[in-house]
Each structure stands twice: as C-alpha cells, then as structure tokens.
Design a protein around this ligand. Structure first.
Ligand SMILES: [Zn+2]
Length: 212
C-alpha cells in the first residue's frame, strides 16, 4: 500500500520513490506526496517520472495515478514525484478556511445540516440545509475567522485510527474534526478570507470562501 507522506509533511513538494504497480497508464507508488481527491479536497497536480498526472484516485486505502500519456515506467522503477506547490498551498488554506467556517456555523446554529462541500484552487464552498439567508451570520463568522487567524494557533493533525487511516485535526480551544485532507501548520497561514452567499435552491444555502 502507498505510504502517504502528505500527512506527515504537507509542505513536501518533491519525492524520489519506486513504482509498485503498473496497469496501462495507471501506476501505483511505494510512497507518495501527491494527494488524491477525497473529502471534497481536489487532487494535486504534478508529475510522476516527468509524466503529467491526469487523475489521482483513491482505491480503498491505496492511490492509483493515471498518467496523461503512454509511459515506459515498470514495477521497481525509481521515479521523481513533483507536485504543484502553489495549487497545493491554496487547496490547503481554502480547505482549512472552509473547516473553520463550518465549525463556527455549527457553533452558532446547533443542529444545522451540512449537505455538501468542495475545495478547489480558487475557492471553497460549503452547502447547508437552511431556510433564510445564511449571510446574516457573516459578521459573526468573519470576526471569528479573523480571531482564529490572528491567534496563529497550531493545527494538530494525527491518526484517530491508524489501520483504517482515519485522521482528525484539532485546534486547542476551538474544535476537533475528522478529516483526511492536508492542513497548514497554523491558523495564521489561512490569512484573510472573504465570504459570499449563494442561494442554490429552496432551503439550500451556500457559503463561498475565497482568499483575500
Ligand atoms: Zn480538513
């Protein structure tokens, strides 16, 4: 099974490892820094052995990478893996920004239901089941988010259960949440954020988050 180094060090952008499986344009690696779409966070982009990666997909606890073109990689080959750092860092920050806002919404609206979430490079979004505009919460949410960012609190991540690879993050005095995504080291790294409301249907409210 691929050892996922992006959890130990989400700042690592280069890796030398071995190919452990090849099936047509799909390859598996001994170790990886290349995140595969999960929990609403989009995949990284980058290369394996200089071949662009078209898709990174979770396969159980493993990850399968589809290369964009025919390749000459064989099992046992030593390859360099590179990821696009600008994209990863934006995904990490927008991902945690969305989780900060989500946890604040939970605090202000106990029992509210989250019905969706997506983290892309330019913005993240969270959808809620709610009647009435969620924008009434924005002053409170913006103030709370700014407080967390200014506090520069450590974001601790660890396994909740290692065999099943269930992970969580924790910010002391704020919240704990189950999540297998990549997270910055401190809340300060999120920086300023902007919130925007979208009504996406009856009883459905979306919060869009962008980096300031
Ligand atoms: Zn997360």
């Amino acid at each position: 099974m691929t050892q996922k180094l992006f959890w130990d060090d989400p700042y690592q952008t280069q890796l030398t490892t071995r190919v452990t499986g090849v099936s047509g344009q799909q390859v598996r690696l001994e170790q990886t820094i290349f995140y595969a779409f999960s929990g609403g966070q989009e995949s990284d982009s980058g290369t394996i052995g200089a071949y662009p990666v078209l898709e990174a997909r979770k396969d159980g606890l493993d990850i399968v990478y589809t290369l964009a073109e025919p390749h000459e990689l064989r099992v046992g080959a030593v390859v360099d893996v590179h990821i696009d750092w600008d994209r990863r860092y934006r995904l990490m920050r927008l991902h945690f920004a969305a989780e900060m806002i989500l946890q604040c919404v939970y605090q202000y609206c106990p029992g509210i239901e989250r019905i969706g979430a997506h983290i892309a490079q330019d913005k993240s979004r969270i959808d809620f089941a709610r009647d009435g505009s969620i924008a009434v919460l924005f002053p409170q949410l913006e103030q709370a988010a700014a407080g967390l960012v200014n506090a520069g609190s450590p974001i601790i991540t660890a396994f909740e259960d290692e065999p099943s690879q269930r992970r969580y993050w924790k910010v002391e005095g704020f919240a704990t949440m189950a999540c297998g995504g990549t997270h910055p080291r401190t809340t300060a790294e999120i920086g300023g954020i902007k919130l925007k409301r979208k009504n996406i249907g009856k009883g459905k409210e979306r919060i869009e988050i962008t980096l300031a």
